[in-house]
Design a protein around this ligand. Structure first.
Ligand SMILES: N[C@H]1[C@H](O)[C@@H](Sc2ccccc2)[C@@H]2OC[C@H]1O2
Length: 312
């Protein structure tokens, strides 16, 4: 089988949401290649905590005694219990998917009323369900796909897609260049030339986080840029045009247009940069600012997982 689903950006491309059918109800979820839990708002939460969200009514079969509890890199988190239900994404069906129903979520989830939860697409080895880890949607369906892969085509300020089971050559230019993935930490982890340390491809992270040296070198070419500790990153005059940022990954190179690196206004005519420091995180994060310049293939067709990057 194959499928494709639209990925619609929230304001300033903060995150990209996809429609997902769970037990016949449509939820709008953040497809997150940086985590491995499929969780949704549910009627088990206090009404005030789920106001404005589509909430799961536990239509599936309860996995008694199973719980989940996840903490994300940005300090947000959620927890709850577990059901098994039918999940459909872009026409691709998992008949018995572990659906993690929230009993509590942190405030940033409650306040983002466009977002009804997350569908994790990292490796199932970091799923948080206890006492038995559960499989991601991709792991559940990959054997039924024409090709064991999915591909992200996020776009700047407009809807993109996630393709399942096939590569859409109309969505990129040039060739797809593949690099090996280290799965030891459960992420789509790879090495990028000229960017020290390990990097992860993370659709659930908004910005592009790379080492200080790379960040400083980039903003040295932006006359109005400075590090603003009150904002927690580099800011600049919203009217200044920004240089492109190019990186070599394997045998290919990807260019992020400067326009994409103006993330959002933070106050008056001051804007926050899409490139920021990964120092202190432990690895670099190639989030949406980067991914929206690419067609990225999350590929398990070979004996070992690999990532493919092409210019979008
Ligand atoms: N993989 C990422 C994840 O998707 C988000 S969780 C999230 C929180 C609020 C709004 C939307 C998503 C968080 O930021 C970075 C890392 O953790």
């Amino acid at each position: 089988s194959t499928g494709s689903v639209s990925a619609s950006p929230e304001s300033y491309d903060e995150s990209y949401l996809i429609p997902v059918s769970i037990g016949g109800t449509t939820f709008h979820l953040d497809l997150d290649t940086g985590s491995s839990d499929l969780w949704v708002f549910s009627t088990q939460q206090p009404a005030s905590q789920r106001s404005g969200h589509t909430a799961y009514k536990q239509t599936g079969t309860k996995k008694s005694g199973y719980t989940w509890n996840i903490s994300y890199g940005d300090g947000s988190g959620a927890k709850g219990d577990v059901y098994v239900d039918k999940v459909v994404v872009g026409g691709v069906t998992a008949t018995s998917q572990a659906v993690e129903a929230a009993t509590s979520v942190s405030s940033s989830f409650t306040s983002d009323t466009d977002n009804d939860g997350l569908i994790g697409a990292a490796f199932s080895s970091i799923n948080t369900v206890s006492p038995q880890q559960q499989l991601t949607f991709f792991d559940n369906v990959k054997n039924s796909l024409s090709q064991k892969l999915f591909a992200a085509r996020l776009r700047y300020h407009t809807a993109g897609t996630y393709d399942y089971g096939y590569i859409d050559s109309s969505k990129y230019s040039g060739s797809i260049h593949y690099v090996p993935v280290n799965t030891a930490n459960g992420f789509w982890e790879f090495t990028a030339s000229g960017v020290s340390g390990s990097s992860i491809a993370d659709t659930g992270t908004t910005l592009l986080y790379i080492p200080d040296s790379n960040v400083d070198a980039y903003y040295a070419n932006v006359d109005s840029a400075s590090y603003d500790s009150s904002q927690g990153g580099y800011t600049f005059d919203c009217d200044e045009s920004l240089p492109d940022w190019t990186v070599t990954i394997g045998s290919g190179s990807i260019t992020v247009p400067g326009e994409y690196i103006n993330f959002a206004p933070v106050s008056g005519n001051t804007c926050f940069g899409g490139i920021q420091s990964s120092d202190g995180i432990g690895f670099n994060i190639f989030g949406d600012i980067f991914l929206k310049a690419t067609y990225t293939v999350f590929d398990q067709t070979q004996s070992s997982p690999r990532l493919g990057f092409a210019q979008g």
